[in-house]
Design a protein around this ligand. Structure first.
Ligand code: IPM
Ligand code: MG
Length: 359
């Protein structure tokens, strides 16, 4: 029996997670997979109900589950709350408490969506990369942190960038392992010319790479990487980087892939994982049946692959999504008025994927 936790969250999170779960249920039911799904509020929705972004009960549901399906959290309504109570804290708590240190963010362009990318066709065509972002360390969690009073009446804002050898080793290993199933190229991204912490990062990654002589390791500074991602996205295979650099570079990579509405993610610790679209809660289009559910649907495919070794079911979803795109279904974020395309809503897109799976 597969045990899943479902935290749809806020804004379009509920809409896209809803479609992803529909696809999953269809697939499980038609393949006689037994499962149960326990749902709870997180983010702003949880704050409105319980005055905190995530409750002990929700955390326990996540801990007891084999995998967590996550929508998105946040919205203007909760933006002025203290940082500890903001919706984003739910996500950070789940990542930290479940020790989901390895965040995989694939960015791949579908040929049919090349026009949705703001970059030129010959630059993006064929792009297929995987960002491996460290997710439970670095400046997101380092101590000390806070806003402190200074004696002269000024204030001082502090965050701390920290990585230990062990934290770097384990994320580097994940990157090298993944690259063996791809083109066997790992690029480690740091700012070793300025930050000691990432000088250590570079040293440790180099040491780990000795265990993977068949994989080519290169290094790049993050500023240069952000430029090369736009200049020659095709040249990237696996990128391994820190929590914050990965946060930034993965948003950038989504433009290369056409739309942030297309990109799934997995946050892993061994088989246990949390699966979420990389986009946020998009309050501006929430509740209007406009959001693209594909990132959420592809996140469920990642779940089948990484948490349950159901590669064949994962592939079914991926193939169905590819066909739906080929058949011209487009939500607003990927709509370009090209011949043979039709503008559809969240629900229609989800339904189209299920119809494809039925064939
Ligand atoms: C992401 C998001 C989160 C992050 C926010 C919502 C806390 O931007 O998953 O990339 O910064 O990690
Ligand atoms: Mg981000």
């Amino acid at each position: 029996m597969i045990k899943l936790a479902l935290f749809a969250g806020d804004g379009i999170g509920t809409e896209v997670a809803g479609e992803a779960v529909n696809v999953l249920k269809f697939l499980f039911d038609s393949n006689s997979v037994r499962y149960e799904i326990e749902e709870d509020l997180v983010g702003g929705a949880s704050y409105d109900e319980y005055k905190k972004p995530i409750t002990e009960k929700a955390l326990k549901i996540a801990k007891d589950a084999d995998a967590v399906i996550f929508g998105a959290v946040g919205g203007p309504k909760w933006e002025s709350l203290p940082i500890e109570l903001r919706p984003e804290k739910a996500l950070l708590t789940l990542r930290y408490d479940l020790e989901l240190y390895a965040n995989l963010r694939p960015a791949k362009i579908y040929d049919e969506l090349i026009d949705a990318s703001p970059l030129k066709k010959d630059v993006v065509q064929g792009t297929d990369m995987m960002i491996v972002r460290e997710l439970t360390g670095g400046i997101y969690f380092g101590q000390p942190r806070g806003i402190f009073d200074l004696e002269d009446g000024q204030k001082k804002g502090v965050n701390t960038l920290v990585y230990t050898t062990k934290e770097i080793e384990r994320i580097a290993k994940i990157a090298f392992e993944i690259s063996r199933k791809r083109r066997k190229k790992v690029l480690s991204v740091d700012k070793a010319n300025v930050l000691e912490c990432t000088e250590l990062w570079r040293q440790v990654v180099a040491r780990v790479s000795k265990e993977y002589p068949d994989v080519e390791l290169t290094n790049m500074y993050v500023d240069n990487c952000s430029m090369q991602l736009i200049r020659q996205p095709k040249s990237f295979d696996v990128i391994v980087t820190t929590n914050m650099f990965g946060d930034i570079l993965s948003d950038e990579s989504s433009m290369v892939a056409g739309s942030i509405g297309m990109l799934p993610s997995a946050s892993l610790n061994g088989k246990k994982g949390m699966y979420e679209p990389i986009h946020g809660s998009a309050p501006d289009i929430a509740g209007q049946n406009k959001a693209n559910p594909i990132a959420a649907i592809l996140s469920v495919a990642m779940m089948l692959r990484y948490s349950f070794d159901m590669d064949n079911l994962a592939e079914k979803i991926e193939v169905a999504v590819g066909k739906v795109i080929k058949n011209g279904y487009r939500t607003a974020d990927i709509y370009s008025n090209a011949a043979g395309t039709k503008l559809v809503g969240t629900k229609e897109m989800g339904r189209a994927v299920i119809e494809e799976l039925k064939k």
